[in-house]
Design a protein around this ligand. Structure first.
Ligand SMILES: CCCCCCCC/C=C\CCCCCCCC(=O)SCCNC(=O)CCNC(=O)[C@H](O)C(C)(C)COP(=O)(O)OP(=O)(O)OC[C@H]1O[C@@H](n2cnc3c(N)ncnc32)[C@H](O)[C@@H]1OP(=O)(O)O
Length: 209
């Protein structure tokens, strides 16, 4: 099967690697906790200085927003697939035969909900976005109107998970899409989304699409 990537794969250099280091740092701090043998006040000062340096170099937010939305549909900033977003795992989604989209992700402790398991809101986030990408891939997309999840099994951390979405049907402006999170053959979460064909104007562009 030929896999066509629908979302940005993180680059091995530049901003993506800097963001990956921040992701790693966030996980490391959580793993370390407050009782480590480390001068955390000094660490905080050093990290804050680095943040200030980057803040000082950032363009005007309005200009950055135009830049963020100037791509051909593939975003690099979103909180699920965005390699420039430290909050994103990030998930890389590919087109599959039959019209679905899917990607594999392995989530660590920053995404924890119940002990050793992924937070249900994180599963919802991943599925919401994946259904959105499935809609874009199918050619009719919109904003999430209603997202319904059925959590069938706890979703384990530190495990390869497949997040999959596909468009079921379109009636007028209504778009129904489904998705799953699976581990091996086992379905852990099922999602059903009702999206409404509506698009907010992208910054710097007059046409909303
Ligand atoms: C999002 C697009 C991004 C584009 C990027 C392209 C790049 C592609 C790459 C990557 C894909 C990205 C993937 C992103 C995925 C993430 C998605 C999100 O997080 S979206 C944010 C969360 N959702 C909101 O913030 C909506 C807030 N709500 C609204 O704006 C409105 O309420 C809206 C648009 C949902 C409906 O408002 P109305 O005024 O257009 O619709 P009315 O005319 O009232 O209703 C039309 C029909 O729809 C039903 N309807 C309306 N709202 C509904 C709802 N919430 N749930 C179910 N049905 C609803 C109504 O009952 C009506 O049905 P009857 O024609 O009477 O049968």
């Amino acid at each position: 099967m030929t896999l066509t990537e629908l979302t940005a794969r993180p680059d091995e250099s530049g901003i993506d690697t800097a963001v990956a280091a921040v992701r790693r740092l966030a996980a490391a701090l959580l793993a370390a906790g407050g009782r480590v043998d480390l001068d955390l006040d000094d660490l905080a000062r050093r990290l804050s200085a680095m943040a200030g340096e980057v803040e000082g170099l950032a363009p005007e937010l309005a200009d950055r927003m135009v830049d963020m939305w100037s791509g051909e549909g593939v975003t690099r900033h979103d909180p699920v697939t965005g390699p420039e977003n430290a909050i994103a795992p990030p998930l890389v989604l590919c087109a599959e035969d039959g019209g679905s989209v899917a990607g594999t992700v392995n989530l660590g402790i920053p995404y924890q909900g119940p002990p050793g398991c992924v937070h249900g809101g994180i599963s919802a986030l991943l599925l919401d976005h994946t259904l959105g990408v499935a809609n874009a891939h199918a050619g009719t997309s919109g904003m999430t109107g209603t997202l319904t999840l059925r959590y069938e099994r706890p979703v384990p951390l530190h495990t390869d998970l497949v997040v999959r979405g596909w468009q079921e049907r379109v009636e007028g402006r209504k778009i129904w899409s489904h998705g799953t999170i699976t581990s091996g053959e086992e379905v852990l979460v099922r999602a059903e989304g009702l999206f409404i064909d509506k698009h907010l104007a992208r910054p710097g562009q007059e046409v909303s699409r």
